[in-house]
Design a protein around this ligand. Sequence first.
Ligand SMILES: N[C@H](CCC[C@H](N)C(=O)O)C(=O)O
Length: 278
Amino acid sequence: MLLKFSKMHGLGNDFAVVDAVSRKVYFNKEQIEFLGDRNRGIGFDQLLIVEPPTSPDMDFRYRIYNSNGSEVEHCGNGARCFAKFVIEKDLTNKSVINVETKQGQIQLHVQDDGEVTVDMGAPSFAPADLPFDATEKQDDLYTLNLEGYGSVELTPVSVGNPHAVIRVDRLTDEIVSTVGPLVESHSAFPANVNVGFMEVMSRDEVNLRVYERDVGETQACGTGTCAAIVAGIRQGWLNSKVTAHLLGGDLRIEWQGEGSPIMMTGPATKVFEGQIYL
Ligand SMILES: N[C@H](CCC[C@H](N)C(=O)O)C(=O)O
């Protein structure tokens, strides 16, 4: 089969996007691993598949896979690329697009300046929603012991997919590459977890790096940014509108507190189109 795809990125978090509305396409794990291979395939952090909706009040269904073939519930940078893709491919002419994901619904708003705002839904801080076998807790921060490292304090957040948010005084390569993998696959997170490292610069601004589950560190992570900012707002460290500086650029997040949806705004870029034998 000759598979057509668009290569896109959101702040350097990169994707292959496939139209499975015009033509039915299925992938098995080996095929996704092949496509995701940066030396032998297309290479991407996640594969995004645009499908028809299963419910009549939705416009599309959105499936996401990590480059190792594992399915993901939610992807923030991917959601913005998804919006750009369906408009460019004439799959819709709406500027507000309702999308089903594996874990709830999201709404995409394409702005006049080309940036995309995503209503990511409301976060949950309940450990069971990640899942997280909660450990000791103080002031809503949980202590996790890491083999051979010591302990870290984290906030568990589900934004559809699971995140552990760790506040650090200073972001370093070392902390991301050492603590990232230890927390990602810690037995307290039975489904593993994405790990965010946040340096709070002021009440309106953070520096953030994310070690993603099943992928490793990416240049940006949309859901990771949402998780980190809502954790910071809930802890009282941040205001309700925050700019996050990621390795690949900036995202703007707004959250009005418990029960309200997280609004994420940022760019989405198409790099090229291609086709590959599968
Ligand atoms: N890059 C994505 C999230 C992918 C998360 C994935 N690695 C997981 O296993 O949950 C984002 O922009 O939100």
